[in-house]
Ligand binder design. Structure first.
Ligand code: NAD
Length: 266
């Protein structure tokens, strides 16, 4: 399968290049960066930390989609929406790891998914996707007497908060309780907030150092507290999940899928 990487000089982009180059059944179709990026023209193999590959980082996104069976996208929300349109036009499968997507970006992916397989997940690791199911189950069983709080920590470069994974965990908890996350989410607390509202799902975001990604879902009631934690210690798990998702798309019908579908957890 020919796989293209958009945003290939980013933290995840470099990991993805290395993973595609080392995975059986994959051929690297190319990699792009945004106009003006210092990595343009650099060899893709070198960028991945290995031997020269003979193809350079390009800014021609259309050509990359033409050359690919699937494209993996860990960039930014606006770029991802544009890549959704290109995937739909070209009938190329799209794997999206970008977080911070808002309604307008998700709509672009929904449109693309009518024409081609699109896998979108805020976290591509096996552990977090298993955790989503556990959180949904715990929230359904424990009920409103247990206050749900979600704490996440990431490296100092992360630009969105709460993290996409924290929000996905919040969605899973809300689903377990049969409520809409938007109605109960407390994404930020500051100043005189008053007491905690029963049924709220709270979030706290920490940023610092080089933390790859840590998430804890807390169920707290009088006399006891249950905590479910996932810790990622290497971005390689996300890259492995994304490449696995791209391979899973081969021959798949158009549609919007999550990593839980890819892993057979849904
Ligand atoms: P990064 O800033 O290091 O990399 C993003 C790259 O995309 C940059 O090199 C940037 O120049 C490039 N880019 C931006 N617009 C582009 C365009 N139009 N065309 C081509 N390239 C473009 O960030 P990162 O740490 O690699 O994270 C990227 C995204 O992936 C973030 O949203 C992050 O939250 C998300 N992420 C998701 C998972 C997951 O498992 N789903 C895991 C880690 C990170």
């Amino acid at each position: 399968m020919k796989i293209g990487i958009v945003g290939c000089a980013g933290r995840m982009g470099r990991m993805l290049l290395a993973r595609v180059l080392s995975t059986d059944g994959c051929e690297l179709a190319g990699g792009t960066e945004r106009p003006g990026h210092e990595a343009l023209g650099q060899d893709l193999g070198r960028l991945a930390g290995g031997e020269p590959f003979g193809l350079a980082v390009s800014e021609d996104t259309g050509a990359l989609f033409d050359a690919s069976d699937a494209v993996i996208d860990f960039t930014g929300p606006d770029a991802t929406a544009g890549h959704g349109s290109l995937a739909a036009e070209r009938g190329v499968a799209l794997v999206v790891g970008t977080t911070g997507l808002e309604r307008v970006h998700l709509e672009a992916l929904d449109l693309a998914a009518r024409r081609t397989p699109v896998v979108q997940a805020a976290n591509m690791s096996v552990g977090v996707n298993l955790l989503l199911g556990l959180v949904r189950q715990a929230a359904a069983l424990l009920g409103d007497d247990y206050d749900i709080e979600i704490v996440e920590m990431h490296h100092r470069h992360k630009v969105d908060a709460p993290s996409g994974t924290a929000l996905a965990l919040g969605e899973a908890a809300a689903e377990g309780r049969g409520v809409r996350l938007d109605d109960v989410a407390q994404r930020v607390r500051d100043g005189h907030t008053g007491p905690r509202r029963r049924g709220d799902i709270g979030f706290a975001s920490l940023r610092g150092g080089d933390v790859t990604g840590e998430h804890t879902v807390i169920f707290a009631t009088d006399g006891e507290r249950l905590q479910l934690t996932h810790m990622a210690s290497s971005r390689a798990v996300f890259a492995a999940g994304a490449v696995h998702a791209a391979l899973w798309c081969e021959g798949r019908e158009a549609g919007l899928y999550t990593m839980r579908h890819v892993l057979g957890l849904e």
